[in-house]
Design a protein around this ligand. Sequence first.
Ligand code: ZN
Length: 315
Amino acid sequence: MSYTGPEFDPPHLRRSPRRRTLAVALAALVPGALLGWLAYEALGGSGDGGPGRVTEAASSGQASPSGGADGDGKPAAPVPPSATASAPAGTGSLKGKVVVIDPGHNPGNAEHTAEINRQVDVGTHRKECDTTGTSTNSGYSEAAFTLDVAHRLRALLQRQGATVRLTQDADRPYGPCVDERARIGNAAHADAVVSIHADGSGSGNRGFHVILPGEVHEGAADTRAIVGPSRDLGKLVAADFGRVTGSAPSNYLGDGTGLVTREDLGGLNLSTVPKVFIECGNMRDSKDAALLTSGAWRQRAAQGISEGIVSFLRG
Ligand code: ZN
């Protein structure tokens, strides 16, 4: 276990002026979404994640439930966060719109089990602050996956002019807790929040699903105002994610719709702004894992999510 977290060199310090120049030159030549991808590649953001180191934690986890955002409890192998692309603030169609991206888990969670097992109030009940997330069988962690997709998605949305905030960027030792993740979106008055995950279900279970908030009104949880717009957001994200990645909706949840409604997730129950989760695939299935560990596929995943968000925000 050698995750170095806060000491890990900020990616921008590793960029050479020559690479920045290349990115700027590309920016002058290529429009739109392709530009975002090329700039990201030029800045060293792709790096096919490939399998990370397998640690003792990765092979000693408890059995995972059949699926679900906070139920995929396999400990994750620590993988340093990928380089990020810091796209300049855009002036596109999303100017004035605020998007919060919530990368599920945190690479440091596995080393802070006491802290993340602390119970927090999610309105309907109490549950763990956060979980470690799952990993592929070869040790590529969900936490590394969610951060990488989040960075790609941020670059794409910033190109469109959106203000984008991440709930965590491996810039804290663990967490945030699920209740704080919700509060970050609320405090930002986000127009849309997407929580990024990959599932830890059984082999043979494949495909993506988007999780929508169910209607809950209990304690601090009141989703009545966001159920409708969150469903709109989720349908658009699911449709565009499927189209751009070519992945099929989950074959084990959602009856082929790619949509699942849940009332037990604190990150959704405590949200006061439109919010969905996306489980991009099943890390424990070898065919899905081959996709999830591909940088090119993760770029398509980010593109699909981005297009769904853009459609939602343009109304
Ligand atoms: Zn997860």
